[in-house]
Design a protein around this ligand. Structure first.
Ligand code: CP
Ligand code: NVA
Length: 297
Protein backbone atom coordinates (compact mmCIF):
# COMPACT_ATOMS: atom_id res chain seq x y z
CA UNK A 1 0.00 0.00 0.00
CA UNK A 2 1.24 3.48 -0.85
CA UNK A 3 1.01 6.34 1.65
CA UNK A 4 2.07 9.99 1.47
CA UNK A 5 3.85 10.94 4.68
CA UNK A 6 6.77 12.86 3.19
CA UNK A 7 8.00 13.85 -0.27
CA UNK A 8 10.68 11.16 -0.31
CA UNK A 9 7.90 8.54 -0.29
CA UNK A 10 7.66 9.53 -3.97
CA UNK A 11 10.15 9.06 -6.80
CA UNK A 12 10.94 11.96 -9.13
CA UNK A 13 8.70 10.39 -11.78
CA UNK A 14 5.85 10.10 -9.26
CA UNK A 15 6.19 13.74 -8.20
CA UNK A 16 5.90 14.69 -11.87
CA UNK A 17 2.88 12.41 -12.32
CA UNK A 18 1.16 14.17 -9.40
CA UNK A 19 1.99 17.61 -10.85
CA UNK A 20 0.62 16.52 -14.23
CA UNK A 21 -2.57 15.22 -12.61
CA UNK A 22 -2.83 18.50 -10.70
CA UNK A 23 -2.80 20.52 -13.92
CA UNK A 24 -5.12 18.21 -15.86
CA UNK A 25 -8.38 20.01 -16.61
CA UNK A 26 -10.25 16.73 -16.51
CA UNK A 27 -10.43 15.50 -12.86
CA UNK A 28 -10.79 11.69 -12.81
CA UNK A 29 -13.70 10.53 -10.64
CA UNK A 30 -11.17 8.45 -8.71
CA UNK A 31 -13.06 8.73 -5.40
CA UNK A 32 -16.62 8.29 -6.70
CA UNK A 33 -18.77 6.94 -3.88
CA UNK A 34 -15.82 6.92 -1.49
CA UNK A 35 -15.05 8.76 1.72
CA UNK A 36 -11.92 10.42 3.08
CA UNK A 37 -11.49 11.10 6.80
CA UNK A 38 -9.61 14.35 7.50
CA UNK A 39 -8.43 14.40 11.11
CA UNK A 40 -6.96 17.67 12.44
CA UNK A 41 -5.12 17.92 15.77
CA UNK A 42 -4.15 21.52 14.86
CA UNK A 43 -5.97 24.44 13.19
CA UNK A 44 -6.04 24.81 9.42
CA UNK A 45 -7.49 27.13 6.78
CA UNK A 46 -5.77 26.07 3.53
CA UNK A 47 -5.23 22.38 4.15
CA UNK A 48 -8.74 21.62 5.34
CA UNK A 49 -10.46 23.55 2.57
CA UNK A 50 -8.15 22.44 -0.24
CA UNK A 51 -8.43 18.80 0.81
CA UNK A 52 -12.20 18.90 1.20
CA UNK A 53 -12.61 20.49 -2.24
CA UNK A 54 -10.10 18.11 -3.86
CA UNK A 55 -12.04 15.10 -2.53
CA UNK A 56 -15.28 16.59 -3.87
CA UNK A 57 -13.70 17.27 -7.28
CA UNK A 58 -12.68 13.59 -7.46
CA UNK A 59 -16.26 12.54 -6.75
CA UNK A 60 -15.73 11.59 -3.10
CA UNK A 61 -17.03 12.75 0.27
CA UNK A 62 -14.72 14.35 2.85
CA UNK A 63 -15.44 14.07 6.58
CA UNK A 64 -13.73 16.67 8.81
CA UNK A 65 -12.84 15.40 12.28
CA UNK A 66 -11.26 17.39 15.11
CA UNK A 67 -8.41 15.61 16.85
CA UNK A 68 -10.14 15.65 20.22
CA UNK A 69 -13.16 13.81 18.79
CA UNK A 70 -11.08 10.71 18.08
CA UNK A 71 -8.47 11.36 20.81
CA UNK A 72 -5.28 9.72 19.50
CA UNK A 73 -3.93 7.58 22.37
CA UNK A 74 -6.37 9.14 24.84
CA UNK A 75 -9.85 8.00 23.76
CA UNK A 76 -8.37 5.02 21.89
CA UNK A 77 -5.04 4.13 20.35
CA UNK A 78 -3.83 5.66 17.11
CA UNK A 79 -4.11 2.18 15.59
CA UNK A 80 -7.73 1.72 16.71
CA UNK A 81 -8.69 5.16 15.37
CA UNK A 82 -7.17 4.14 12.02
CA UNK A 83 -8.95 0.76 12.02
CA UNK A 84 -12.21 2.57 12.74
CA UNK A 85 -11.70 5.05 9.91
CA UNK A 86 -10.84 2.19 7.52
CA UNK A 87 -14.34 0.76 8.17
CA UNK A 88 -15.86 3.80 6.44
CA UNK A 89 -13.24 5.53 4.34
CA UNK A 90 -10.98 4.78 1.37
CA UNK A 91 -8.36 7.34 2.45
CA UNK A 92 -7.35 8.95 5.74
CA UNK A 93 -5.59 12.29 6.13
CA UNK A 94 -4.19 13.48 9.45
CA UNK A 95 -2.63 16.72 10.72
CA UNK A 96 -0.75 15.77 13.87
CA UNK A 97 1.72 17.14 16.38
CA UNK A 98 4.07 14.13 16.43
CA UNK A 99 5.14 12.65 13.08
CA UNK A 100 5.28 9.07 14.50
CA UNK A 101 1.46 9.20 14.75
CA UNK A 102 1.08 9.22 10.94
CA UNK A 103 3.80 6.56 10.70
CA UNK A 104 1.84 4.32 13.09
CA UNK A 105 -1.34 4.89 11.06
CA UNK A 106 0.43 4.00 7.81
CA UNK A 107 2.20 0.97 9.31
CA UNK A 108 -1.14 -0.85 9.54
CA UNK A 109 -1.42 -0.76 5.72
CA UNK A 110 -5.21 -0.82 6.08
CA UNK A 111 -5.97 2.43 4.30
CA UNK A 112 -3.73 4.94 2.47
CA UNK A 113 -2.62 7.68 4.89
CA UNK A 114 -1.85 11.27 3.87
CA UNK A 115 0.19 13.50 6.17
CA UNK A 116 -1.62 16.85 6.22
CA UNK A 117 1.27 18.38 8.30
CA UNK A 118 3.23 16.99 11.21
CA UNK A 119 6.02 18.54 13.26
CA UNK A 120 8.44 17.00 10.72
CA UNK A 121 6.86 17.33 7.28
CA UNK A 122 4.29 19.08 5.10
CA UNK A 123 4.33 17.19 1.78
CA UNK A 124 1.04 18.56 0.41
CA UNK A 125 2.45 22.06 0.81
CA UNK A 126 5.64 21.12 -1.03
CA UNK A 127 3.66 19.69 -3.96
CA UNK A 128 1.73 22.97 -4.23
CA UNK A 129 5.03 24.87 -4.02
CA UNK A 130 6.43 22.84 -6.93
CA UNK A 131 3.27 23.46 -8.92
CA UNK A 132 3.56 27.20 -8.28
CA UNK A 133 7.22 27.27 -9.34
CA UNK A 134 6.53 25.08 -12.39
CA UNK A 135 3.83 27.48 -13.49
CA UNK A 136 6.17 30.45 -12.97
CA UNK A 137 9.32 28.97 -14.52
CA UNK A 138 8.26 26.08 -16.75
CA UNK A 139 11.09 23.57 -16.31
CA UNK A 140 12.28 23.30 -12.67
CA UNK A 141 15.57 21.51 -13.36
CA UNK A 142 18.46 23.87 -12.61
CA UNK A 143 16.33 26.47 -10.80
CA UNK A 144 17.04 27.46 -7.20
CA UNK A 145 14.88 28.13 -4.16
CA UNK A 146 16.21 30.03 -1.14
CA UNK A 147 14.48 29.39 2.18
CA UNK A 148 15.00 32.00 4.90
CA UNK A 149 14.10 31.09 8.48
CA UNK A 150 13.36 28.10 10.65
CA UNK A 151 14.42 24.71 9.22
CA UNK A 152 10.99 23.30 10.05
CA UNK A 153 8.45 20.88 8.57
CA UNK A 154 7.80 23.11 5.53
CA UNK A 155 11.54 23.58 4.89
CA UNK A 156 12.25 19.84 5.07
CA UNK A 157 9.51 18.92 2.60
CA UNK A 158 10.52 21.79 0.30
CA UNK A 159 14.17 20.66 0.34
CA UNK A 160 13.16 17.11 -0.57
CA UNK A 161 10.79 18.41 -3.26
CA UNK A 162 13.56 20.54 -4.75
CA UNK A 163 15.74 17.43 -4.88
CA UNK A 164 13.06 15.39 -6.64
CA UNK A 165 12.80 18.01 -9.41
CA UNK A 166 16.49 18.85 -9.92
CA UNK A 167 16.29 22.22 -8.20
CA UNK A 168 18.98 23.42 -5.82
CA UNK A 169 17.99 24.34 -2.29
CA UNK A 170 19.62 27.11 -0.26
CA UNK A 171 18.79 27.85 3.34
CA UNK A 172 19.74 30.45 5.91
CA UNK A 173 18.60 30.02 9.52
CA UNK A 174 19.70 31.62 12.77
CA UNK A 175 22.15 29.62 14.83
CA UNK A 176 20.32 26.72 16.51
CA UNK A 177 17.43 26.74 14.03
CA UNK A 178 19.05 24.87 11.13
CA UNK A 179 18.31 21.26 10.17
CA UNK A 180 19.23 18.71 12.84
CA UNK A 181 21.51 15.82 11.99
CA UNK A 182 18.68 13.35 11.26
CA UNK A 183 16.94 15.69 8.82
CA UNK A 184 20.24 16.76 7.22
CA UNK A 185 21.10 13.08 6.62
CA UNK A 186 17.66 12.37 5.19
CA UNK A 187 17.94 15.33 2.82
CA UNK A 188 21.47 14.35 1.82
CA UNK A 189 20.36 10.74 1.23
CA UNK A 190 17.67 12.03 -1.11
CA UNK A 191 20.46 13.53 -3.23
CA UNK A 192 19.47 17.14 -2.63
CA UNK A 193 22.04 19.78 -3.55
CA UNK A 194 21.75 21.93 -0.43
CA UNK A 195 23.65 25.15 0.27
CA UNK A 196 23.66 26.36 3.85
CA UNK A 197 24.42 30.05 4.44
CA UNK A 198 24.82 31.99 7.67
CA UNK A 199 23.60 35.23 6.11
CA UNK A 200 20.17 35.42 4.42
CA UNK A 201 21.73 37.77 1.84
CA UNK A 202 24.04 34.98 0.64
CA UNK A 203 21.22 32.41 0.42
CA UNK A 204 18.99 34.74 -1.56
CA UNK A 205 21.65 36.10 -3.96
CA UNK A 206 20.56 35.22 -7.52
CA UNK A 207 17.87 32.74 -6.35
CA UNK A 208 14.85 32.07 -8.56
CA UNK A 209 12.44 31.78 -5.63
CA UNK A 210 12.60 33.13 -2.08
CA UNK A 211 10.58 31.16 0.46
CA UNK A 212 9.49 32.10 3.98
CA UNK A 213 7.48 30.42 6.75
CA UNK A 214 6.55 31.50 10.25
CA UNK A 215 9.26 31.69 12.89
CA UNK A 216 6.95 29.97 15.40
CA UNK A 217 5.16 26.84 14.23
CA UNK A 218 1.96 25.43 15.72
CA UNK A 219 2.80 23.89 19.08
CA UNK A 220 5.77 26.24 19.69
CA UNK A 221 3.73 29.24 20.85
CA UNK A 222 5.47 29.36 24.25
CA UNK A 223 8.76 30.08 22.42
CA UNK A 224 7.36 32.94 20.30
CA UNK A 225 9.05 35.78 22.23
CA UNK A 226 12.43 34.06 22.27
CA UNK A 227 12.13 33.20 18.59
CA UNK A 228 11.29 36.81 17.66
CA UNK A 229 14.60 37.80 19.26
CA UNK A 230 16.56 34.92 17.74
CA UNK A 231 15.25 35.57 14.21
CA UNK A 232 16.16 39.25 14.21
CA UNK A 233 17.85 40.02 10.87
CA UNK A 234 16.01 37.20 9.10
CA UNK A 235 12.96 39.19 7.98
CA UNK A 236 12.51 39.15 4.20
CA UNK A 237 12.04 42.70 2.96
CA UNK A 238 12.39 44.47 -0.38
CA UNK A 239 16.11 45.02 0.20
CA UNK A 240 16.63 41.24 0.49
CA UNK A 241 14.33 40.48 -2.46
CA UNK A 242 16.38 42.87 -4.62
CA UNK A 243 19.35 40.49 -4.26
CA UNK A 244 17.43 37.57 -5.82
CA UNK A 245 17.27 36.90 -9.58
CA UNK A 246 15.62 39.71 -11.58
CA UNK A 247 12.52 37.53 -12.25
CA UNK A 248 12.54 35.88 -8.80
CA UNK A 249 9.23 35.05 -7.15
CA UNK A 250 8.32 35.18 -3.47
CA UNK A 251 6.55 32.26 -1.77
CA UNK A 252 5.07 31.72 1.72
CA UNK A 253 3.06 28.67 2.75
CA UNK A 254 0.89 30.92 4.95
CA UNK A 255 -0.45 31.82 7.46
CA UNK A 256 1.83 34.87 7.38
CA UNK A 257 2.71 36.99 10.39
CA UNK A 258 2.81 40.28 8.55
CA UNK A 259 5.88 42.44 9.19
CA UNK A 260 7.45 39.69 11.28
CA UNK A 261 9.06 37.07 8.98
CA UNK A 262 8.19 39.16 5.90
CA UNK A 263 7.11 42.72 5.22
CA UNK A 264 3.74 43.73 3.77
CA UNK A 265 5.57 45.24 0.80
CA UNK A 266 7.00 41.83 -0.17
CA UNK A 267 3.85 39.83 0.63
CA UNK A 268 1.70 42.18 -1.44
CA UNK A 269 4.37 43.12 -4.01
CA UNK A 270 4.75 42.24 -7.70
CA UNK A 271 6.97 39.24 -7.09
CA UNK A 272 4.66 37.62 -4.58
CA UNK A 273 2.85 34.45 -5.74
CA UNK A 274 1.32 33.64 -2.35
CA UNK A 275 -2.32 33.54 -3.49
CA UNK A 276 -1.55 31.45 -6.57
CA UNK A 277 0.40 29.20 -4.22
CA UNK A 278 -2.57 28.96 -1.81
CA UNK A 279 -4.93 28.15 -4.68
CA UNK A 280 -2.49 25.51 -5.89
CA UNK A 281 -2.97 23.66 -2.60
CA UNK A 282 -6.29 22.40 -3.98
CA UNK A 283 -4.90 21.41 -7.38
CA UNK A 284 -1.87 19.69 -5.84
CA UNK A 285 -4.11 17.87 -3.34
CA UNK A 286 -6.35 16.69 -6.17
CA UNK A 287 -3.30 15.41 -8.06
CA UNK A 288 -1.93 13.64 -4.98
CA UNK A 289 -5.25 11.99 -4.11
CA UNK A 290 -5.91 10.89 -7.70
CA UNK A 291 -2.41 9.40 -7.80
CA UNK A 292 -2.86 7.61 -4.44
CA UNK A 293 -6.26 6.23 -5.45
CA UNK A 294 -4.76 4.92 -8.68
CA UNK A 295 -1.72 3.37 -6.97
CA UNK A 296 -3.89 1.65 -4.36
CA UNK A 297 -6.70 0.55 -6.71
N1 CP B 1 -0.17 26.27 4.59
C1 CP B 1 -1.03 25.59 5.35
O1 CP B 1 -0.92 24.38 5.58
O2 CP B 1 -2.04 26.36 5.86
P1 CP B 1 -3.10 25.91 6.95
O3 CP B 1 -2.35 25.68 8.24
O4 CP B 1 -4.08 27.04 7.04
O5 CP B 1 -3.74 24.62 6.50
N1 NVA C 1 5.58 25.54 10.02
C1 NVA C 1 4.19 25.89 10.18
C2 NVA C 1 3.45 25.68 8.91
C3 NVA C 1 2.01 26.07 8.92
C4 NVA C 1 1.31 25.73 7.64
C5 NVA C 1 3.59 25.10 11.31
O1 NVA C 1 3.90 23.90 11.45
O2 NVA C 1 2.82 25.65 12.09
Amino acid sequence: MRHLLEIDDLSSAEVNQILDLATSTDAPQALAGKGMALIFEKPSARTRNSMEMAVVQLGGHPVYIQGQEVGFDTRETVEDVTRTMACFHSLVGARVFAHPVVERMAALDLVPVVNMLSDAAHPLQALADLLTMRRAFGELQGRSVAYVGDANNVARSLALAAGRTGMSFRISSPSGYGFGEVDADRIANAGVAIDIHNRPEDAVAGADAVYVDTWTSMGQEAEAEQRRRDFEGFQVDERLMALAAPDAIFLHCLPAHRNEEVTDAVLDGDRSRIWVQAANRMHAARGALAWLAHENR
